[in-house]
Design a protein around this ligand. Structure first.
Ligand code: NAD
Ligand code: IPM
Ligand code: MN
Length: 362
């Protein structure tokens, strides 16, 4: 059978807990299906590694990762290291340099979980957020001068390129086209941001001409937060800049139930680099070590990974199992339940066995 090589980088905090639970589930899925093989190679990159070596990543990390079919990532960040050091040392040192320019963040409500909004039906939230993942506000350009003087100045320069905007816009229109509603909302802030965001709007209009079958509209990001809360059913595929979608994806996850269920795929649609799959959430210092982190976001991310490497039917089994576990009420505390990380993972593995057995007998 076909064999895939996956790099695993659990990194820090609950990242370590949810990646371990996810790998157990994936190994169980592979053993049950017997249609392909997966070998996970573990990398210790994270804050413990940084404290030992002075770096979050070794110098050859990008070349090492390029040999893999994909990468499963946990979360990085520790209470005793400034967040900009840990994030730029590890995660942001991979997304940009590997040119994983499309960050796809699907959001929907799982069966059996209660809506955050009183008048919201599960079918009202079924979105795909497409986040520009290589430039914009995360370009890392800027600096500080006149340190500690009263006139100290800091700049954080957002960089928008025609190439960068056009490729994410095309990706978003294609994503919208692949979904039943064929509807895209372009998030912008071209009222106050008169350069990058105006270019963003212009390119949206240009790219839209190549997608006459896709309906689209434009929303200012502030008003978009209101629309997500007040008219969730009016949205489907959504595209926005690196920072705007960082913020909107946490809001979206919370509206759908919990940040603990939100997956994310950092894709290189050209497939020159291995794509990275990770939960939207961080290392969650407040619950680290308690064993109660919700593994659903990471398990779903691994499902997206299976789809990306070409194992869609395995991904379907995994997602059916995940939904059944939620329907059965095996939920972690963030979703109002009492289950722990390991029992959710074990329940998913048990459902996988049931699903595969019933497929074999039918
Ligand atoms: P966070 O996502 O880690 O946590 C926010 C809240 O959500 C916390 O109350 C946490 O307990 C809860 N939560 C998150 N994931 C959960 C899960 N799977 N199950 C149950 N509850 C969950 O965000 P934060 O507190 O702002 O950041 C903590 C650290 O993580 C910081 O160092 C930050 O920079 C880093 N971070 C890393 C990533 C990443 O690696 N991709 C993403 C976001 C934040
Ligand atoms: C995310 C995270 C990261 C981001 C941080 C940790 C750098 O919040 O993946 O959403 O801002 O992209
Ligand atoms: Mn975020």
């Amino acid at each position: 059978p076909k064999k895939y090589n996956i790099a695993s980088i659990p990194a820090d905090g609950i990242g370590i807990e949810v990646v371990a639970a996810t790998i157990d589930v994936i190994e169980h899925l592979v053993k049950t299906l017997k249609t392909f093989e997966i070998e996970f190679t573990h990398f210790p990159w994270g804050t413990a590694y940084y404290k030992k070596t002075g770096e979050y990543l070794p110098d050859d990390a990008l070349d090492v990762l390029r040999k893999f079919d994909a990468c499963l990532f946990g979360a990085v960040g520790a209470p005793d290291v400034p967040d900009h050091i840990s994030l730029w040392g590890l995660l942001l040192a991979l997304r940009g340099p590997l040119q994983l320019y499309a960050n796809v963040r699907p959001v929907r409500m799982f069966p059996g979980t209660r809506p955050r909004l009183a008048d919201c039906k599960p079918s009202d939230i079924d979105w795909v957020l497409v986040r520009e993942n290589s430039e914009g506000e995360y370009a890392g350009q800027g600096g500080r001068s006149h340190l500690h003087q009263p006139w100290e100045t800091a700049t954080e320069v957002a960089i928008f390129t025609r190439v960068g905007i056009e490729r994410i816009m095309r990706f978003a229109f294609e994503t919208a086209r692949s979904r039943p509603r064929k509807f895209l909302t372009v998030v912008t802030k071209s009222n106050s941001m008169r350069n990058g965001m105006v270019l963003w709007d212009e390119i949206a209009r240009e790219v839209a001409r190549d997608f006459p079958d896709v309906t689209w509209d434009k929303m200012l990001v502030d008003a978009m937060t209101v629309r997500m809360v007040c008219k969730p059913a009016s949205l489907d595929t959504i595209v926005g800049t690196n920072l705007h979608m960082d913020i909107l994806s946490d809001l979206a996850a919370a509206l759908a139930g919990s940040i603990g269920v939100a997956p994310s795929s950092n894709l290189d649609p050209t497939r020159r680099s291995p794509s990275i799959f990770e939960p939207v959430h961080g290392s969650a210092f407040d619950i680290t070590g308690k064993g109660i982190a919700n593994p659903v976001a990471t398990i779903w991310s691994a499902g997206e990974m299976l789809r990306w490497i070409g194992e869609a039917s395995a991904a379907d089994v995994l997602m059916d199992a995940l939904e059944q576990v939620c329907r059965n009420g095996v939920l972690t505390p963030d979703l109002g339940g009492t289950a722990d990380t390991k029992s959710v993972a074990a329940a998913v593995s048990a459902e996988i066995e049931k699903i595969v057995a019933s497929q074999a007998s039918s």
